[in-house]
Design a protein around this ligand. Structure first.
Ligand code: ZN
Length: 244
């Protein structure tokens, strides 16, 4: 493996079908922490603390919708977060016709805010809500400006975020589109993901191109398979190797 910024930039210059796959590390420079670092909610009844993973499960949402929405508003929603250098570098590559798609595990829509058009949101978005009974959309603005648990304006069903909760399957359309993009790519950049959680690692297995670039704070189990490995800030490194 190589860690030359210059060589990676040349590799991107030669590539025509770049795909970016990103995890939580892409948004940390925008002030959005990995939700796993969020503090749990204290449970008055049991005297215990729910972990973030517990609160983001399908089961918790169904059983404790009020606590779910308290956690969502207090720990997952960052209305003032702005795209950072990573988001803008990728949007530029797409505009130049070099980048085919962004695949993201983040639920903050910062890629779209930066101008990216083709974004496969593996875990959905915290800016879309719908009724869990009749699927009627519900305005995100209303979820975040009221402090009660939202219910459908049509059928009174419980409103849910358009995100994939623990215990729920990924949207097959989004996942299949992601696989197709990775299969077609001649260069795959993976950023801000430790690549230990499914389906992150699984997606990499579909890559048949010649240039795999990994950018992450820490080492990943895939470092030895990549042509280029950079340990550092995703935005700084993407800006440095961006061919445009
Ligand atoms: Zn409804």
């Amino acid at each position: 493996m190589n860690n030359s910024l210059e060589a990676a930039r040349e590799c991107l210059q030669r590539s025509q079908d770049i795909v970016f796959f990103g995890g939580a590390g892409v948004s940390t420079a925008s002030g959005i922490p990995d939700f796993r670092s969020a503090t749990g909610l204290y449970n008055q009844m049991t005297g215990s603390r729910y972990t973030p993973e517990m609160m983001l499960s399908h089961e918790f949402f169904i059983r404790h919708p009020d606590e779910f929405y308290v956690f969502l508003r207090s720990s997952l929603y960052y209305p003032n977060a702005k795209p950072n250098a990573a988001h803008y570098a990728l949007a530029d590559m797409e505009k130049q016709g070099k980048l085919d798609a962004v695949i993201t595990q983040n639920i903050d829509e910062l890629h779209q805010q930066a101008g990216s058009k083709v974004v496969h949101e593996l875990h959905g978005s915290l800016k879309r809500f719908y009724c869990s009974r009749c699927h009627h959309p519900y305005p995100a603005r209303k979820v975040y400006t009221q402090d009660t648990t939202p219910h459908c304006e049509v059928c009174s069903g419980l409103v849910r975020p358009d995100v994939v909760l623990y215990g729920e399957p990924l949207d097959p359309e989004v996942f299949n589109a992601s696989i197709a993009a990775v299969r077609k790519a001649d260069c795959l950049i993976v950023g801000g993901s430790s690549l230990v959680v499914y389906p992150a690692a699984g997606l990499l297995d579909y890559f048949r191109g010649g240039c795999l670039i990994l950018i992450n704070r820490d080492a990943t189990p895939y470092d030895h398979k990549a042509q280029f490995v950079f340990h550092g800030d995703v935005g700084e490194i993407l800006s440095a190797i961006s061919p445009v």
